[in-house]
Write a protein that binds this ligand. Structure first.
Ligand SMILES: [Zn+2]
Ligand SMILES: [Zn+2]
Length: 467
C-alpha cells in the first residue's frame, strides 16, 4: 500500500513523472504492480494498475489551468457518452463550478438521475472512453476521461434536486440554504428553494454575496437566456483569422434561427494571422450582398472589428467605417501602456461616433492574462452617455466583460452585447452559450442586451450614435 502523496513525492525526487512510471517504481522497489491505495485530497481508494496509470498520466500532463471552455467541452463529451452508453441514467446534468460558469473551475462534476444508482455506477465505470476508475461506491464514481478526473454522483429521482444543488455550490450558499430548510431531500432545485421560503436562484448567481438577500426580498430578476438572443454581432471568417467562409458562417447563423448577424473581421492593423485590407473589405462587401439575396430571412450586417491604436484613433478611415452597418472596436494591443493610458484610449473610442460596440473591453485571456487595470467606472459612464455597447464576449479565451464587470456595467446604465466572437461556424452556438452564462453571472437581464432587440432597434442604436 503506497499512499499517492508519498508516491508523488518520490516521483518528483526521481524526476520520473515523464518516464515510464511503472518501470521506475518497480525498479526502485517503491511499489509492485498489484493494487494501490490512492489518496487524492481527502479521497482514498484502492485502485488497480489501470487506475494508477491514469492518475499519474493526469498528474504528469501539462497542468495548464482548466478553463471553463475546456471543462465544458469535456463535460459535454462525457455527458454525451453517458447518454449513449448508460441506459440506467434517466438524465444527467453538469454540476459544480462549470454549472456556475466559473472561468477557472477546479473540478469536473456531473450528477445523474437513476432509479438504480449502483447499476448506473457500474455502467459508468465501464463506459468507452473511461481510462481509469479512481474511486467507486454505490452512488459515486470518479473516472478518468480525456485525461481529466470526472466526479459523477448518481441520485434517485426523489433526492436529485438536493444532490444537484449541493454539488453545484458554492459551499457558503449551500450551507445557508440548508440552514433555512432543514435536512430533507428534494426532487428538484425549484422545490428546494421554495422549502427554504425563497425564489429560485440560478447557478450562475449563487456565488454573489447578495444573492440570498435578493431571493428573500423577492428581487431576483429574470436573467437573459438563449431564447432572448436574436442575433450575433461579432464573428470572423477566412477574410481574417476565421476558419470558415462568409457563406458558411451565414449558413450556420441561419440554421441557429437568428434574425440578424454581423460579419466583423479584423482590420488591417490587428495582430491576427490575417487581416482585412481595404481591397478585401470591398470583396467581402460584394460577397455579403450576394448572400443577402440567398438568405432573405436573415439580415447579414457588414461590420468590422477595428483596432484602437496607441493614440486612441481607429485603424480604418472614417469614410470606410461609415459605409459599414456596424463598427466594433477593440484594445487588442496594450502597446506597453498603463491602465491610465489604456483608459484614455478606450474613452476616445467610446466617443467616436462610428463605434457601436467595444469588444472584450478588458482584453483578458482566461487563465493566462488578467484584464486591463482600467478605470472601469469612467468607461461605464462614457459607454452609457455615448450610447455605445460594451461586449460580453463568449470566446472561451475571453469571457469578457466577466460577471463582476458586466454587473457593474448594467447597473450603471450600459447596454451590453453578448457575442460569440466566433472563429469557426461549429462553435457559434457554444460560444454564445458561454457568453450568456457569463452575462447571467453579471445579473444581466434581456432589457440590458443589445442583441435581444429586433433589427430595427439595432439599426436605431447605431444611427442614434452616428447622428
Ligand atoms: Zn477581438
Ligand atoms: Zn473578434
Amino acid at each position: 500500500m503506497t499512499p499517492l502523496p508519498f508516491l508523488l513525492r518520490g516521483l518528483r525526487e526521481l524526476g520520473a513523472l515523464s518516464l515510464s512510471l511503472e518501470q521506475t517504481l518497480v525498479r526502485d522497489g517503491i511499489l509492485t504492480l498489484t493494487d494501490f491505495e490512492l489518496a487524492v485530497g481527502e479521497r482514498r481508494a484502492s485502485v488497480g494498475a489501470q487506475g494508477l496509470r491514469a492518475a499519474v498520466s493526469m498528474l504528469a500532463a501539462d497542468r495548464a489551468p482548466l478553463t471553463l471552455g475546456r471543462a465544458s467541452d469535456i463535460a459535454d463529451a462525457f455527458s454525451a457518452a453517458l447518454t449513449a452508453g448508460c441506459p440506467e441514467l434517466i438524465d444527467v446534468d453538469v454540476s459544480g463550478e462549470v454549472r456556475r460558469f466559473e472561468q477557472l473551475p477546479r473540478e469536473l462534476l456531473l450528477v445523474g438521475r437513476s432509479r438504480h444508482p449502483p447499476g448506473a455506477v457500474a455502467s459508468i465505470a465501464s463506459l468507452p472512453g473511461v481510462t481509469g476508475v479512481l474511486h467507486r461506491t454505490g452512488r459515486r464514481v470518479i473516472v478518468v476521461f480525456q485525461g481529466h478526473e470526472i466526479d459523477v454522483r448518481v441520485a434517485t429521482p426523489d433526492e436529485y434536486g438536493t444532490v444537484l444543488f449541493t454539488t453545484t455550490g458554492p459551499a457558503a450558499h449551500v450551507v445557508e440554504i440548508h440552514r433555512r430548510r432543514g435536512p430533507r431531500m428534494s426532487a428538484s432545485e425549484d422545490e428546494l428553494y421554495s422549502q427554504a421560503g425563497l425564489t429560485y436562484l440560478p447557478p450562475e448567481v449563487r456565488s454573489a454575496p447578495d444573492a440570498i438577500e435578493a431571493a428573500v426580498r423577492g428581487r431576483v430578476p429574470t436573467f437573459v437566456t438563449r431564447a432572448d438572443i436574436r442575433g450575433d454581432l461579432h464573428m470572423h471568417t477566412t477574410f481574417s483569422d476565421g476558419q470558415n467562409s462568409v457563406r458558411e458562417m451565414v449558413d450556420s447563423c441561419a440554421a441557429l434561427g437568428y434574425e440578424y448577424m454581423a460579419i466583423s473581421d479584423h482590420s488591417e492593423h490587428a495582430a491576427a494571422s490575417r487581416t482585412l485590407t481595404l481591397d478585401l473589405l470591398e470583396r467581402q462587401r460584394e460577397e455579403i450582398a450576394r448572400l443577402r439575396d440567398e438568405y432573405p430571412r436573415l439580415a447579414i450586417l457588414h461590420g468590422i472589428e477595428a483596432d484602437i491604436l496607441p493614440d486612441g484613433s481607429l485603424d480604418c478611415p472614417d469614410e470606410i467605417l461609415a459605409s459599414l452597418d456596424v463598427v466594433l472596436a477593440s484594445l487588442h494591443e496594450r502597446c506597453g501602456h498603463d491602465g491610465k493610458r489604456l483608459t484614455a484610449r478606450c474613452l476616445q473610442a467610446l466617443r467616436h461616433p462610428l463605434v457601436t460596440i467595444i469588444t472584450h473591453p478588458a482584453n483578458q485571456l482566461v487563465g493566462r492574462r488578467a484584464g486591463y487595470d482600467m478605470d472601469y467606472a469612467a468607461i461605464y459612464e462614457a459607454a452609457a452617455a455615448t450610447g455605445t455597447a460594451l461586449e460580453i464576449d463568449g470566446a472561451p479565451g475571453h469571457l469578457d466583460l466577466d460577471g463582476g464587470h458586466a454587473r457593474e456595467a448594467v447597473t450603471n446604465g450600459v447596454t451590453v452585447a453578448i457575442d460569440s466572437d466566433c472563429h469557426r461556424a461549429r462553435s457559434l452556438e457554444r460560444q454564445m452559450q458561454l457568453g450568456i452564462g457569463t452575462a447571467r453571472r453579471g445579473w444581466v437581464e434581456p432589457r440590458h442586451v443589445l442583441n435581444t432587440r429586433p433589427l430595427r432597434e439595432i439599426r436605431a442604436f447605431v444611427a442614434q450614435k452616428r447622428a
